[in-house]
Structures are given as C-alpha cells and as structure tokens.
Design a protein around this ligand. Structure first.
Ligand SMILES: [Zn+2]
Length: 460
C-alpha cells in the first residue's frame, strides 16, 4: 500500500477527532472538546499513580533482568507480563506460541598480543559461531564495509577488522546513522569469510563509548563459511586502528558462542475489546526479549511497560473505544524477528487499521512518528495541542517498528514513539542499558501519550 493510501487511512480514522469535525482534515482545527476531555481523563488516571509504570519496569528489569530468546529469564518475563495484564483486567490475555533461536554467548576474551599486550572489551555478535579454543592471527583493518568489499587482497589466515564510525547524534535526521552501522555489523563476517578471513571484529555501532561493547545480530550468507565475529568497544577499536596504521598487529581471540536448537517462546497479547467494531484492531506493540547484557530496560522493557500502562490507563479512565485496542509484546525481535513473523502469519485474516510500536527507548517525551506522508501529518496536526499535555512537541513524517512492519505493509496506518534520542544509542545493547537511565516521569508521560493515540485511533 502506498504512503498516500495509508495517509488517507489516518485521515479517515481521525476525521471525527475534533468537534464539528465533519469538516475536511485540512480545515482549521476546531476546539477539540471531545479529545481534550479524553486526554484529561487519561491525565487524571496517570496522575493518580505516577510511578506505577516505573515500579512495573523495576519488577521486570531488577526482578527478572535481561531476556535473550531461549533464556529462562524470557520465559519468566512472559509469565510476568501475562499476570500483570490479567491484574489490569484486560480482555483475552494470552500467550501465542512462537519458536525462537537459542544462541548462547559462553565465555569470551580478546587480547592484542603484538606489538603490545592489551586486553580488549568485546561482545560476540548474536548468532556468531565460537572459535573452538583460542585463535591467534594478524589483523587487517578496514574503514568500513565498502572498503572490505572493495579489497582485492586475500585475507587468508587473518582477522578482518571493520572500523565503521557512526556519526554524532543529529536530531534532524530520521536515522542517526544506525542503519549503516548495522549493515557493517550484519554483513562483515560473510564478506570477510569470502576473502578467506578466520574471524572478524567490528567497531560497536555507537557514536559514544564508555568502553562498553555493543551486542547485536549478524547475518551469515548461505554457502559462505561461518566465521566467529565480535564487536569491540569504541576505545579498543580506536586503539586497534592506531596500532594498525603504525605496523603489524596480532590479536588472540576466544569466543565460546554456540547455537542450540530453536526454543519455545511466545508473544504476549492483551486487549481492550472494541464496543462497536471489535474486529477492527489498533495494535500497540513493543518487544519483550532483549540482548543478554544489561537489563533490557531501554530496549525494550520500557516500551513493553508503556504499552501495558496505556491500556491500564484507558480502562482506569473508563474510556471504552469503538475498535479493539490490542497490546502485543513481541518475542524474538533482537534476532530474526520470529515473533513478528509468527504474529503476521497467524493474524493475516484480521483487519488491523493501525499499528504502533515503541522501540526507541524511553527518553523525555518528544515526538510521535506518523506514516502515510502529508495526509497522515495533516490529520494529526490539529491534535498536537492535546498531545502537548503529555510532553509531545511534534509529529514526525516517518514511522518505523520492526515488529509491526509486516502489518503496515498489509495496509495498517503506521505510528511509533520517538522520545528524545540524544542518548539512546550510547547504551543500546550494552551492560549500561539499565533501569537507572529511565526517569519515572518520562515513562509516565510517554505511556499517557500512547494511551491517547490508541484511544483516538480506536474510537473515531
Ligand atoms: Zn529494540
């Protein structure tokens, strides 16, 4: 479906959002009495329990911890989320089974052994094979993935090192450079293996480091030998690059990573059943799995808690929407999108009118991303003063969520939460993704904004 068609859906969904709003969405905004009344009820419910969502996030992050697919922690988190949705009185709370990859890190270390001796901070990339013992080899450095692809030299017996630098954060750009950095992380191993390399090291995908390596998935090409791959902290990447410029460098690498058979997991689903159009669905999504470092607080525990809180607030506020609002906490987002694929396959016959995802951390409220181009933006614009109550400053003409993407491709209107992103990637996929980075008030306001968005999309 085209952006134009999706924009038209947004316009139709929201066409009754202002009083006297039989008028066209391009007309000057009328006083939004109905909308402001709904927002006031959501605000009141939120202010009655301002720390409720954060306390819930503490249960998940401090009580259960990080949640990689295949782990017992993820299984505990699934049971926890289901129980909390039942506590909140949601409808049709259930686990929908999904088979997920089960990769385990094992013990790992890397040391520069020539021309100096220096341990490096690293994390094996998700899905990497292990080294089966300790591997020692000379390092060949490339500035980015293109330079590796362009090389005509053989890398036989070598460790390839791809030092792609992510640019400093720039809030005017839709993508702060993560997508390009991720390409290097995903493809460096197979590109290096095609040229004979024994292993690959990549610079962590971040612009800022405090010597924390960043985890993330890789993608092996079919028919290419699978070689071990790991991400270095930014500081160690810089050291390795400096040493390489001065002469030959050798590294010792040991990765205990291995892949076990796929494991059972599930998406968690809970609903506010629509009072008039229960078969029309507004999906609010986030993902419950995380990497195996830190607490998975910012990515994406906070998103899960915010979605759960949005439905709780609507129920508490007595706002029963015409359409069904469905919370989906996806499994397996970080590695292979198994939860998203299974959901899409099993729910293909249902009518999703809109799909929202929150998976960009839980910084201070800032923006809501709107798919559907100009028409979508025009339909949303009159609502900005109401969303401002929850700290939302702007709508952005760009919405993306990896889990909801297949549903958007089928025609659902797309939305996502875009809180302040200045520091999101600093801690993304690291040991530092912990609860202390998230302010209770930011979580409260973002959750209230999600509740308002869900209500508007489901009630008009
Ligand atoms: Zn995420």
């Amino acid at each position: 479906m085209s952006r134009l068609a999706r924009g038209a859906i947004v316009a139709v969904l929201l066409s009754a959002c202002t009083v006297g709003s039989r008028r066209a969405p391009t007309a000057p905004p009328a006083p939004a009495i109905e909308v402001t009344a709904a927002a006031a009820r959501i605000a009141a419910a939120s202010e009655r329990a301002p720390a409720a969502a954060w306390a819930r996030l503490a249960e998940l992050t401090d009580g259960i911890g990080n949640r990689i697919t295949g782990s017992t922690a993820l299984a505990r988190a699934l049971a926890w989320a289901t129980a909390r949705m039942r506590d909140d009185g949601l409808d049709n709370v259930r686990l929908e089974p999904v088979m997920v990859p089960h990769w385990v890190r094992g013990k790992e270390h890397a040391t520069i052994v020539h021309p100096i001796e220096r341990p490096m901070a690293l994390l094996a990339l998700g899905g990497s094979v292990g080294t089966h013992g300790t591997l020692r080899a000379p390092v060949v450095t490339f500035d980015d993935l293109d330079a590796l692809r362009a090389t005509t030299a053989t890398l036989a017996g070598k460790i390839a090192f791809v030092n792609h630098r992510m640019p400093s954060y720039d809030e005017t750009r839709d993508d702060p450079g993560y997508v390009r950095g991720m390409q290097a992380r995903l493809h460096a191993a197979s590109e290096a293996a095609k040229r004979g390399a024994r292993a690959v090291l990549v610079r962590s995908v971040t612009a800022v480091g405090l010597r924390t390596p960043h985890a993330g998935a890789l993608q092996y090409d079919d028919g290419v030998p699978r070689i071990p791959a790991a991400a270095l902290s930014l500081e160690d990447a810089e050291l390795l690059a400096r040493l390489s410029r001065r002469g030959s460098v050798e590294v010792e690498l040991a990765l205990g990573a291995r892949t076990l058979p796929d494991a059972p997991s599930a998406n968690v689903v809970g609903e506010l059943r629509g009072r008039e159009l229960p078969d029309e669905i507004v999906l609010l999504g986030a993902h419950l799995d995380s990497w195996d470092v830190g607490q998975g607080a910012s990515d994406d525990g906070a998103g899960c808690v915010a979605v759960m809180e949005a439905l709780r607030l609507l129920r508490e506020a007595g706002l029963a929407p015409r359409r069904t609002i469905r919370a989906v906490l996806f499994t397996g987002e970080e590695y292979g999108l198994a939860g998203a694929k299974t959901y899409h396959r099993e729910h293909t016959k249902e009518h999703h009118v809109a799909a929202f995802e929150t998976d960009y951390g839980m910084g201070a409220p800032d923006a809501i991303g709107v798919g559907g181009g100009d028409a979508g933006m025009r339909a949303m614009e009159p609502l900005l003063p109401t969303f401002a109550r929850f700290g939302i400053r702007r709508f952005r003409d760009h919405a993306f969520g990896a889990d909801v993407e297949p549903i958007v491709q089928d025609g659902a209107a797309a939305f996502n939460l875009q809180p302040d992103g200045h520091h999101y990637f600093d801690i993304h996929h690291t040991e530092a993704d912990t609860l202390d980075k998230i302010r209770p008030e930011d979580l409260r306001q973002n959750a209230a904004a999600i509740a308002l968005l869900g209500y508007l999309l489901a009630d008009r």
